[in-house]
Design a binder for this molecule. Structure first.
Ligand SMILES: [Zn+2]
Length: 96
């Protein structure tokens, strides 16, 4: 397979090669980005905190409410919620 690619690359002009190189680079960046996103997703999934609004697992701790309970912020839809009661606090509507 590598030999075939090598032969193919040899037939390209410098411009074509650069174009090919850029595409390969972009593709590998995309794969890396997707892999990182998957890793992040896995990490948050393991925590088991799910946004009640959009069902994303991409939620981070966001201080405490007046009763001292942990609050979470969904990084996906920016909803703020209290995981223990699954209760929404629409802070995002007040702020944005
Ligand atoms: Zn959400």
């Amino acid at each position: 397979m590598e030999k075939i690619i090598q032969e193919l690359v040899n037939t390209l002009t410098d411009d074509q090669f650069l174009e090919f190189y850029e595409k390969v680079k972009q593709q590998s960046e995309l794969i890396k980005k997707q892999k990182r996103l998957n890793e992040i997703d896995q990490k948050f999934r393991a925590q088991g905190i799910k946004c009640p609004k959009c069902e994303s697992y991409h939620c981070v701790k966001n201080g405490h409410n007046s009763e001292g309970k942990q609050k979470y912020l969904c990084k996906n839809c920016r909803a703020s919620f209290d995981a223990s009661r699954n209760h929404f606090i629409y802070l995002n509507h007040l702020i944005y």
